[in-house]
Design a protein around this ligand. Structure first.
Ligand code: ADP
Ligand code: MG
Length: 621
């Protein structure tokens, strides 16, 4: 059969261009990546052979062989795993499948800093072969199939696929080493690299030299070893392998559960946010093993979505080996393991959060928004999760706990007050906060998209309801403090304000739900608030952005009767001194309140026209 020439997916071509033209301080990691792929391939075949033993017939012992050939200047990494057929090669070695990764490469500008740490995040280990090689050949035969295939590329935008005679089961990756990479033919170098990065691989990694075999790694599953026998470096390398990640684990949890159900967990919390953490599928990533046989990294019910930042493995002998992944999903044992894992992880987080001088806040800043999903998804553990939450508030710069906020409540304060929006700086300037700041009442500043969902779902904590400062019914008068306010500017007379309100209502019609005076404003003239129970302007905007809401709902416009503008207007209206211009003024007040909320004026053209008219009158032209 003839050779078939194909172009790489654009993102792969770009990635390869970066890889080929980079300067590497530690390009030896290509070997870790290829050994890791070989190990995955063996794991997958071992699982498939549980139900189809004929797949491994004739060659049942898994191994990964490193074969340097100094004369030819080539290094081969060969495994007897699942292998790839023609379609697999085209799909796996020509495109980037993982969600998020392709997008990430796309975003990487032409002149991005080209260092390995950036590429490391891609999770596209195979292509790292081109760091050391100027040509790569993959010869493979898929388990259970007769025909072998050969994939070849020089990393220059194209690859070829053709039939290969006499291919053994599994895959053999042959690298034609670059002139300056010949060191990777040296057995001492190979020994050192395998020991360093791949010791935890559970399958023997064998150096083949002059026809002699030498196993280079410990070749037992790392999690089965005792904690005291594992160095931090080994944990880290295992994390890199299991998570396809390259950062330092923020936390490593390794334990054996004994009792009603036995399992071993080796779990990691990354220090960097995985690029797809907010992907809508919200999949968990911990791999499930049954008695050291890899089963799947797709069991959704192993961990709840709000712990999807966890990486690592769970291994249990108490699960049946020979049932399908689908049936496993509903296994009652699995539910027990899940309960145990959640309990353990939350208590480890609690321990970290209580630690003096700990770096819990680093975790919170990275994954807090994910953990908070548990507040409305895991009813039973709500209190526990709430205790792990950290907040920004109007009381200071750093993070604080809900308990601390509770302790600082003012006399007569019977609620947790919050305001939700896109960023802290903008929130701090919200007019609705003015009255709270004047009274020294602490307000939670919530900026994660999940925040408004959990506050609504939880409702209250320690008998104190959560209330948005943007809610119409919030009453500040019962709270002690705020003497400053009495000394302020007196309010406009009530009858004048009533006339103004009536006139504004008439002018705005359906555009507002109501017009009222405000007790929550000090410096600003107007603000928008919601009816109690109505969703906030911020939440409504988020839902509209996600097309879950079609239209806007009218709000309550509050007027500050102490503000000079409102006072002057009120006096003018009362004395009948306004004509048609009250119409312009009313709309401008509403638009002003909208702009402060981060909303555009309802009708920008009309806004500009009115603004010009009012300014013209103001200039007395
Ligand atoms: P990842 O390992 O993160 O999936 P890689 O770029 O390392 O990404 O590998 C891409 C894919 O190529 C793998 O997911 C696998 O399907 C396939 N592959 C790579 N090496 C082998 C191998 N030795 N045997 C079988 N399949 C392989
Ligand atoms: Mg890989």
């Amino acid at each position: 059969m003839t050779e078939e020439k194909r172009a790489f997916q654009a993102e792969v071509a770009k990635l390869l261009d970066i890889v080929v033209h980079s300067l590497y301080s530690n390009r030896e990691i290509f070997l870790r990546e290829l050994v890791s792929n070989a190990s995955d391939a063996c794991d997958r075949l071992r699982y498939a052979a549980l139900t189809q033993p004929e797949l491994t017939a004739g060659d049942p012992d898994f191994r990964i062989r490193l074969i340097p050939d100094a004369d030819k200047g080539v290094l081969t990494i060969a495994d007897n795993g699942i292998g790839m057929n023609r379609e697999d090669m085209i799909a796996n070695l020509g495109t980037i499948a993982r969600s998020g990764t392709a997008e990430f490469v796309r975003q990487l500008g032409e002149d991005a800093k080209r260092d390995v740490s950036v590429i490391g995040q891609f999770g596209v280990g195979f292509y790292s072969a081109f760091m050391a090689a100027d040509a790569v050949t993959v010869v493979s035969r898929k388990a259970g199939e007769d025909t072998g295939w050969k994939w070849e590329s020089q990393g220059d935008g194209e690859f070829t696929v053709s039939e290969a005679a006499d291919a053994a089961r599994g895959a053999a990756i042959t690298l034609r080493l670059r002139e300056d990479a010949k060191d990777f033919l040296d057995p001492a170098t190979l020994r050192r690299i395998v020991k360093r990065y791949s010791d935890h691989i559970a399958i023997p990694v064998v150096l083949v030299e002059d026809g002699k075999d030498e196993t280079l790694n410990s070749a037992n599953a790392l999690w089965t070893r005792s904690k005291t026998d594992i160095t931090p470096e080994q944990y880290k390398e295992f994390y890199h392998h299991a998570a396809h990640a390259f950062d330092e684990p923020w936390l490593t949890i390794h334990y054996k559960a004994e009792g009603a159900i036995e399992y071993t967990g080796l779990l990691f919390i990354p220090s960097q946010k995985p690029i797809d953490i907010f992907h809508p599928d919200r999949k968990q990533h911990v791999k499930l093993y049954v008695n050291r046989v890899f089963i799947t990294d797709q069991v959704e019910d192993l961990l709840p979505p709000y712990l999807r930042f966890l990486r690592g493995v769970v291994d249990s002998q108490d699960l049946p080996l020979n049932i399908s992944r689908e049936l496993l999903q509903h296994n009652p044992m699995l539910a027990k393991i899940k309960t145990g894992l959640v309990k353990r992880v939350l208590s480890e987080l609690k321990r970290k959060s209580d630690e003096e001088g700990g770096d819990y806040e680093a975790f919170w800043e990275t994954f807090g928004a994910v953990l908070k999903e548990g507040l409305y998804e895991d009813f039973e553990r709500r209190e526990e999760i709430l205790g792990l939450c950290r907040f920004h508030t109007t009381a200071g710069e750093g993070w604080t706990t809900l308990e601390q906020v509770l302790g600082r409540m003012k006399e007569g304060q019977d609620a947790f007050y919050y305001i939700a929006g896109d960023d802290i700086a903008a929130l701090k300037k919200s007019p609705q906060l003015e009255g709270f700041l004047a009274k020294g009442v602490e307000v939670l500043l919530l900026t994660d998209p999940v925040d408004e969902f959990w506050v609504t779902a939880i409702g209250s904590h320690k008998d104190k309801p959560f209330r948005a400062v943007t809610e119409g019914g919030v009453d500040l008068s019962k709270i002690a403090g705020g003497e400053a306010k009495e000394a302020e500017e007196p309010a406009a007379p009530a009858d004048e304000v009533d006339s103004l309100i009536a006139a504004v209502k008439l002018a705005l019609g359906e555009a507002v739900r109501d017009v009222r005076t405000s007790e929550r404003l000090t410096g600003s003239a107007v603000c928008l608030v919601s009816e109690d129970g109505q969703m906030s302007v911020h939440l409504e905007r988020m839902l509209r952005a996600h097309r879950q809401l079609e239209r806007e709902f009218p709000r309550i416009l509050e007027l500050n009767p102490r503000h000079p503008l409102i006072k002057a207007l009120a006096a003018r209206v009362k004395s009948g001194g306004t004509g048609a211009e009250i119409e312009d003024v009313a709309h401008l007040l509403l638009d002003q309140a909208r702009i402060v909320e981060g909303e555009p004026p309802a009708d920008p053209t009309a806004f500009a026209r009115r603004m010009a008219a009012v300014m013209t009158r103001g200039l007395g032209v």
